[in-house]
Design a protein around this ligand. Structure first.
Ligand SMILES: [Fe+2]
Length: 445
């Protein structure tokens, strides 16, 4: 029986195809290289390689976009035709991918976990569930899904450092900052180029307001995490958040133009999400962002036909771009789509109903200058906003918009209420104290 590099059974006998599958997993873990293209090479080598079909489907689903779901569905169909030759692990991976493709992302993660019970060194199952945990905002499983399999790993198992990087991020999302930082640094000692471990450490600095350390950490390691890394845009975004905190808006715009959203041909939603909230932050701070918002709003609009109603988190960010640029027609259309999605008895239906719809109303009210209403809508939704996914740092745009709405509607007490929460966690954040300064200048109510 053939196995992969972590001794997991593989039903395929073709050594070249297995080698390509292994390369694809390394690319998936490291964010360097095109794992999907490599899997296509493996499938060209061995068209009935059921594992490669299942892995391709799972990776495509981690992008959180309908257009990739459609390709993933084809891979699941191919894999299902080959189930008679699949081993138990592969059958489990196909079943999990089928649930992801059908929209039951939570069930898909549960099925990957079933695979991990018997094959705790299945790094593909672990990473795919981890990334879908991220899409679902499931902080507990971002940490615990890794801790359940960690005893089966050691530095001698290929890819161990990447598992530590995932664990570090899960610890961070569970607010265990000291453990998260130590784990991320340990992962980086083993593999300095691990963009996800870099990212986990950066989140610690972001969430605890260690702005100067965050800038130094990223700047001093740039040659490790930035070149040729598909996650680099997001770590650059984190650097931009640190610079935004310090009020260095020119540098934020420079990063935006050079490395975060340099080209409107970039239409990956996860990149556009970060670019959109960065512009929204700048605009709230009174910075002239030029035509940048119009450019990205146009790209969001072009994606509406294929993506609307697929993933509530992305829908809200598209709507933010429409609000910021006063694009009434696509905004109304997307509101209708979110309403329609909210009536579905699906995971995305819950996300749309409980999170995106009230937040969309809040951001729309903000854009139209109805700040009291904006604050009310956002307050009502924000405590459960983790349910539509993303990280704490990404969802901070909700808090910042709430605080800005309170300030603009001269609701002094409300503004200070939420600023206090932010400054308690980030005592050295200049942004927090700038907001605090504006709040205390308002006459008390
Ligand atoms: Fe992040």
């Amino acid at each position: 029986m053939k196995t992969d590099a972590r001794a997991n059974p593989v039903s395929c006998d073709n050594a070249k195809a297995i080698e390509l599958h292994e390369l694809a997993l390394r690319q998936y873990q490291s964010y360097v290289g095109d794992a999907i293209a490599t899997l296509d090479l493996a499938l060209a080598e061995q068209p009935d390689f059921v594992l490669a079909h299942a892995v391709k489907a799972g990776i495509l689903m981690t992008f959180g976009e309908a257009r990739f779901r459609n390709i993933a569905a084809e891979s699941v169909t191919e894999a299902q035709k080959l189930l008679s030759r699949a081993n138990d692990r592969e059958k489990g991976l196909v079943a999990a991918a089928e649930r992801l493709v059908s929209g039951a992302w939570d069930k898909g993660c549960a099925l990957y976990d079933e695979v991990l019970v018997d094959y705790p060194r299945d790094i593909f199952a672990a990473q795919t569930a981890h990334l879908v945990d991220f899409l679902r905002g499931d902080a507990q499983n971002l940490r615990n899904r890794v801790s359940r399999i960690l005893p089966h790993w050691s530095p001698s198992v290929p890819g161990y450092s990447y598992l530590l990087g995932m664990y570090a991020f899960g610890l961070e999302e569970c607010n265990q900052y000291a453990e998260a930082e130590a784990t991320a640094l340990r992962a980086l000692t083993l593999e300095p180029k691990d963009g996800w471990a870099v990212h986990a450490a950066v989140h610690v600095y972001e969430m605890s307001g260690r702005v100067e350390e965050g800038i130094h950490f990223l700047a001093s390691r740039e040659r490790d995490w930035a070149p040729h890394n598909a996650l680099a845009f997001h770590n650059w975004w984190h650097l931009a958040l640190f610079q935004f905190d310090r009020g260095q808006y020119g540098q934020v715009l420079d990063l935006y133009d050079r490395v975060i959203y340099p080209d409107p041909a970039l239409d990956l939603s996860m990149t556009m999400v970060d670019a959109t909230t960065l512009l929204w932050r700048l605009q709230m701070a009174g910075v002239d962002v030029g035509s940048r918002f119009q450019t990205i709003a146009r790209v969001w609009e072009q994606k509406l036909d294929s993506e609307r109603g697929f993933y509530a988190f992305n829908d809200l960010h598209a709507l933010i771009a429409f609000v910021a640029t006063g694009r009434e027609a696509p905004m109304a259309r997307l509101m209708d789509d979110i309403n329609q999605a909210a009536s579905a008895v699906t995971l995305n239906g819950m996300m749309s109903r409980e999170v995106s719809r009230p937040l969309a109303r809040g951001f729309a009210a903000f854009g139209q200058g109805r700040y009291i209403e904006a604050a009310q809508e956002i307050v009502a939704a924000r405590d459960g906003a983790w349910r539509f996914g993303g990280s704490h740092a990404q969802r901070d745009i909700i808090n910042l918009t709430l605080i800005e709405a309170a300030l603009r509607s001269k609701q002094n007490n409300l503004a200070r209420h939420y600023i206090a929460e932010r400054t308690a966690a980030r005592p050295a954040s200049a942004l927090g104290w700038r907001l605090h300064g504006r709040a205390i200048e308002l006459a008390p109510k």
